[in-house]
Design a protein around this ligand. Structure first.
Ligand code: KG4
Ligand code: ZN
Length: 354
């Protein structure tokens, strides 16, 4: 089976052709980062308009790199939720038009399910069996828009359960906001990651409180640590040189500690031996290193997809869609965008005891 996947939920216009075995035949990602950078974050209307400009060329490129025509496809998968309504609408309209014109089935995919299954993608014929987990696994999904821990018992919506999520900012959003405060540009994660590598977290520990909540909680909160950095900068001005590296290291260390401790705790509570990382923040070197060490200590097997599979891409959407198609599922041409995920959520946004 060869399935085209289209992703326009946020600030990447992406399309890919993937088999139901997860082989990536093409994967085209066109980032809008430069467009949004002057605003320090994604501007929804700007995103939707740029998707409208880019979606047809990106889809053409994905088909051509895979060497398939629309007529050769077995279906068209598209992110239908969650995301920015106007942005989702562009991908949906493109997918519907193509599915209708080529007479192919259409399936909507929940973007979060795409991220959670991205670990199964095989790129460039990588030898892969041992790099792919079996079910069940516990997955940490940390991106600019979402941060939550899931138990994944299978690929369908009903087999995926949220165990805990952030009460406020997503982890990537915290990186982006702190980078903005420090004048480091957008997106902030990669820059903070780089500076943190040569910083001493202990040297800036008074600026950054620990973000740990109740011991047994699987929920996150990152807004307090962001505010602490803001207060520090308001008092002392923007740090420079080594002090900047130290502050980045302390901030990143606090975020990574929370992500690692709660993910490992979730695996223990669920009695699951496999841990998967997903989302753009999984690119963070501090997170990768500390998660690897923590899993090793507890005898957990850790699966970290390559960077291209962690950040937003069309391949994960095509793959999740291929599994839906293989299960005989279809969506009608009136499929509508939804801003929220279809996965049941256990964490309520906002304050209160954690
Ligand atoms: O998954 P993604 O590409 O897009 C969505 O948000 O869905 O994730 C982007 C987020 C941004 O907030 C970015 O700052 C963060 O992932 N990020 C990182 C790193 N690379 C990207 N955060 C920390 N360390 C990194 N190396
Ligand atoms: Zn995403």
């Amino acid at each position: 089976m060869r399935v085209l996947g289209i992703e326009t939920s946020c600030d990447e216009t992406a399309a890919a052709v993937v088999t139901e075995g997860g082989d990536v035949l093409s994967d085209v990602v066109r980032s809008q980062v430069a467009l949004h950078a002057p605003y320090g974050g994604v501007v929804p209307e700007v995103a939707a308009r740029d998707h409208a400009r880019a979606v047809v060329p990106v889809v053409r490129e994905a088909l051509s790199r895979a060497g398939v025509a629309a007529a050769d496809l077995d279906g068209v998968a598209v992110t239908s939720r969650p995301g920015l309504a106007g942005a989702l609408l562009v991908g949906l309209q493109a997918a519907k038009g193509l599915a209708w014109a080529a007479g192919k089935p259409l399936v909507g995919v929940d973007h979060l399910v795409g991220h959670l299954l991205a670990v199964f993608l095989r790129r460039g014929g990588a030898p892969a069996q041992e790099e792919r987990p079996s079910f069940p696994y516990v997955a940490l999904l940390a991106s600019g828009g979402h941060t939550a821990i899931y138990r994944v018992d299978g690929p369908s919506l009903g087999a995926i359960r949220e165990l805990g999520a952030t009460r406020d900012d997503a982890a990537g959003e915290a990186f982006d906001k702190v980078a903005k405060l420090l004048g480091l540009g957008y997106p902030g994660g990669p820059v903070v990651d780089r500076l943190a590598a040569t910083g001493d977290p202990a040297a800036a520990s008074e600026a950054v409180p620990a973000v740990m909540a109740r011991k047994e909680s699987l929920e996150f909160s990152f807004s307090g640590i962001k505010s602490a950095v803001a207060r520090h900068v308001a008092r002392r001005g923007r740090p420079e040189g080594q002090a900047l590296h130290d502050l980045c290291a302390a901030f990143q260390g606090a975020v990574v500690d929370a992500l690692v401790q709660k993910t490992v705790r979730a695996a223990r509570v669920e009695g699951v031996e496999r841990v998967v990382l997903a989302g753009g923040v999984a690119a963070n070197r501090g997170l990768r290193a500390r998660m690897a060490a923590a899993c090793e200590r507890r005898g957990l097997a850790l699966f970290v997809p390559p960077f291209a599979s962690c950040t937003d891409n069309g391949a994960m959407i095509a793959y999740a869609g291929a599994l839906r198609l293989a299960a005989g599922e279809r969506d009608a041409l009136d499929l509508a965008p939804e801003t929220r995920t279809a996965l049941p959520r256990v964490t309520r946004k906002g304050g209160g005891a954690r």
